[in-house]
Design a protein around this ligand. Structure first.
Ligand SMILES: Cc1cc2nc3c(=O)[nH]c(=O)nc-3n(C[C@H](O)[C@H](O)[C@H](O)COP(=O)(O)OP(=O)(O)OC[C@H]3O[C@@H](n4cnc5c(N)ncnc54)[C@H](O)[C@@H]3O)c2cc1C
Length: 319
């Protein structure tokens, strides 16, 4: 029995979230028996496909097309899982996976757990630990259907090496998107900026910045660090920043190594989107701001004074 993992590719390359999904699938395959088959939709070179072997994939199945249409992706995965007799399908925690996994669950009549942080504690029945209440608590859930779909919480399991040599197989099928209720007429990629969901470093700011005229210093700090920029919801709602930068329960979930929160109070809805960050730095004038409770490091003070000094110090440090 193979454990299937959806290995997202981005213009022919894999990101760390893909490797985390494959590493989790390898851990799962060791515990339930069988091998890992990674499904890639879109062109990747045999050399790139082979990198999945480093994290435990025994086989890489590559389908033509792209994975922009999540309904079509779910169809391909359903056909592959059924043909291989896979009882487990693993997804990483990106928006693409979060959109595709429930569609697959419908097609396979499968049990699905999202925001999963660990390998199953038992396999019979299959019980997994997952985040709940916007990351404020954990739940242990039992997956009772024949096919089980596990969607990871980003950065929770981590990237573990499990060296195998992956057999690369290019398939002729492209999957059917005839059942898609949504057809993509045109698809344009944004360019230039660091992708927020994949960013290792994020500089994020909130209403404490007072107005859009002060965002130059946030961008300069992000540039000095090589970080992506983000913001709180009200900042996007007022129009100080674009909506695609809004982080939180109703925005984007990030999982960087470092999240710098500047002039953000730390409401639960904001924290829901950043709980997978490895280290959190908070800059706020109010020592009682709730964000300090989630912080690894905190600076109490005026961001308008502190941020330019921080940028200068980082530039000096980087030479
Ligand atoms: C259903 C629902 C969903 C929501 N979803 C989200 C979401 O996804 N993401 C999100 O962010 N919010 C979300 N919210 C809103 C959330 O509850 C908060 O209102 C919001 O996060 C507050 O944004 P803020 O911290 O930028 O602003 P404020 O709450 O106004 O906080 C500003 C902070 O800046 C500090 N400050 C002021 N001046 C300075 C200065 N000069 N230097 C440094 N610090 C300063 C203040 O002390 C304060 O802590 C949601 C709310 C609801 C009801």
């Amino acid at each position: 029995m193979s454990v299937l993992v959806f290995a997202e590719n981005w213009d022919g390359a894999f990101k760390k979230s893909t490797y985390e999904g494959v590493a989790y699938a390898a851990g799962l395959a060791q515990s339930v028996g069988g091998n890992v088959t990674a499904v890639v939709i879109g062109a990747v070179s045999a050399e790139t496909a082979a990198t999945l072997g480093k994290y435990g994939a025994a086989k890489v199945l590559q389908f033509d097309g792209n994975d922009v249409n999540h309904q079509a992706t779910a169809t391909i995965l359903a056909q592959t899982a059924t043909a291989a007799g896979s009882k487990y399908v693993v997804f990483n925690g990106t928006w693409k996976s979060k959109s595709t996994a429930p569609r697959l669950a419908i097609k396979l009549n499968a049990a699905i757990a999202t925001e999963v942080v660990e390998l199953p504690s038992t396999n019979s029945p299959c019980v997994v630990k997952k985040k709940t209440f916007s990351g404020k608590a954990f739940a242990h859930v039992e997956l009772n259907a024949e096919v089980k779909i596990i969607v990871l919480s980003p950065n929770a399991y981590g990237i573990k090496e499990n060296e195998l040599s992956a057999a690369f197989e290019k398939t002729s099928g492209t999957g059917s998107d005839k059942d898609a209720s949504l057809q993509h007429v045109e698809y344009q990629k944004t360019s230039g900026k660091i992708n927020l969901t994949e960013a290792e470093l994020v500089v994020s700011a909130g209403r404490g910045m007072k107005g859009p005229e002060n965002w130059g210093m946030i961008e300069q700090l992000a540039e000095a660090l090589g970080a992506a920029t983000a913001c709180s919801k009200p900042v996007a709602d007022i129009g100080w920043r674009p909506h695609h930068e809004h982080v939180g329960q109703t925005g984007i979930a990030v999982a960087p190594n470092l999240y710098i929160a500047i002039g953000i109070s730390g409401a639960i809805q904001h924290l829901a989107g950043i709980s997978s960050s490895k280290k959190i730095v908070v800059i706020n004038t109010d020592p009682e701001a709730p964000f300090f409770k989630a912080a690894d490091y905190g600076i109490v003070g005026d961001a308008l004074q502190i941020v330019p000094k921080l940028t200068e110090a980082i530039k000096k440090l980087k030479g």
